[in-house]
Design a protein around this ligand. Structure first.
Ligand code: CU
Length: 122
């Protein structure tokens, strides 16, 4: 078994090891402008299996405005179903953001998802 594991690790390209998780992220607007309730489903990239007991935080940047924003990453709390996490994030303006999910446990990984913060029509 040990030998088998060693062989597997030896042949897996580093690019695969660097991105082992994937996530579905769904952020819904709240009654406050630019405040969103985000639901995250964390899963293994290869198998799609939900990842429970993870330590995840969500940060955000605007790809079109590098260094312009400083959104403090928020720790996501586990939800009801396996692999589910939730966090409330506050952005600084409407437009296209990149949500950055930083996972520290059970593996270190970073998942980036695009998110369009649309101005509500009133
Ligand atoms: Cu901006």
């Amino acid at each position: 078994m040990k030998r088998f594991l060693f062989l597997c690790l030896a042949v897996v390209p580093t690019a695969v090891l660097a991105q082992r998780l994937d996530a579905e992220v769904d952020c819904k607007p709240t009654t406050h402008d630019l405040v969103y309730d985000c639901q995250v489903v964390l899963k293994e990239a290869k198998t799609g299996k939900p990842v429970s007991g993870a330590e995840v935080s969500i940060g955000a940047d605007m790809p079109s405005m590098p260094m312009a924003h400083n959104v403090k990453p928020v720790k996501a709390l586990p939800g009801a179903a396996p692999g589910e996490y939730a966090a409330r994030i506050e952005l600084e303006m409407f437009g296209e953001w990149a949500l950055k999910l930083d996972v520290r446990k059970p593996v270190r990984d970073r998942i980036v998802k695009k998110f369009e913060a649309r101005e509500p029509s009133r």
